[in-house]
Design a protein around this ligand. Structure first.
Ligand code: PGA
Length: 250
């Protein structure tokens, strides 16, 4: 049985006050821990300390939305994986499409960040996904495999077993347009198949999450698919009732 995850990605949202309310409601509604299932919130970096204070002992984990590929030195504005880990974070989202599209993260940078996260003991949540134009021109598989392959080439296939993979079609992120469970599962099965060809065990055991407009109302159907091991949740992770509903669907 593969590990299953619901991971919230708060993006550039929140304040000390609103986070406090959200985290407290999540803690109250969370219920007992369930073996093999993990709930995580990835908060803006300045709020890692708040997440640590609020969530310690709650059963809910916390993480960052990115890490630098640099470890230390004259890199103004960067935040290292080691710094993130100091706040008790266990996870870091790496290669989100917004980082790739808006901030120029290349496949090589993403691979490097994946390595930085691992080195500091964080679980990298590696995101891949195609744009609408790429999907419509039949390039989905080529694009997502290129994105993933950069990391495999740099760190070896076995490194994937220390992380989590997230398939997030760019056209479904924040648009309200979810991939159908069938569409998502087809891509997940493709990814798993390719990874299995390189290492059977890694392919079998790797958790592959779906992200892109997951809500309480569509989570059950998505999570029922054989190759979907949970979700990476943006907008709905900011609403406690939605996020808990998605968690309960896992
Ligand atoms: P969304 O975002 O759930 O708001 O579509 C998902 C993500 O970007 O991780």
């Amino acid at each position: 049985m593969r590990n299953r995850f619901v991971i919230g990605n708060w993006k550039l949202n929140g304040s000390l006050v609103s986070n406090g309310l959200l985290l407290n409601t999540l803690k109250t509604g969370f219920g007992p821990a369930i073996a093999g299932k993990t709930c995580v919130v990835c908060v803006p970096t300045p709020y890692l300390s708040q997440a640590q204070t609020e969530l310690i002992g709650s059963g809910i984990e916390w993480g960052s939305q990115d890490v630098s590929c640099m470890e230390i030195g004259a890199y103004t504005g960067e935040v290292s994986a080691g710094m993130v880990a100091e706040f008790g974070a266990k996870f870091a989202i790496i290669g989100h499409s917004e980082r790739r599209a808006v901030f120029g993260d290349t496949d090589a940078m993403v691979a490097s960040k994946f390595g930085s996260a691992l080195k500091s003991g964080l679980v990298p949540v590696l995101c891949v996904g195609e744009s609408l134009a790429e999907r419509e021109s039949g390039k989905t598989q080529e694009v997502i495999w290129r994105q993933l392959h950069a990391t495999i080439e740099t760190h070896g296939i076995k490194s994937l077993s220390l992380g989590v993979l997230a398939y997030e079609p760019v056209w479904a992120i924040g648009t309200g347009k979810t991939a159908t469970p069938g569409q998502a599962d087809e891509v997940h099965a493709f990814l798993r198949g390719k990874i299995r060809e390189l290492n059977l065990e890694v392919g079998e055991n790797l958790s592959i999450l779906y992200g892109g407009s997951v809500k309480k109302s569509n989570a059950v159907e998505l999570f029922a698919k054989p190759d979907i091991d949970g979700g990476l949740i943006g907008g709905a992770s900011l609403v406690a009732e939605e996020f808990l509903g998605i968690w309960n669907a896992l």
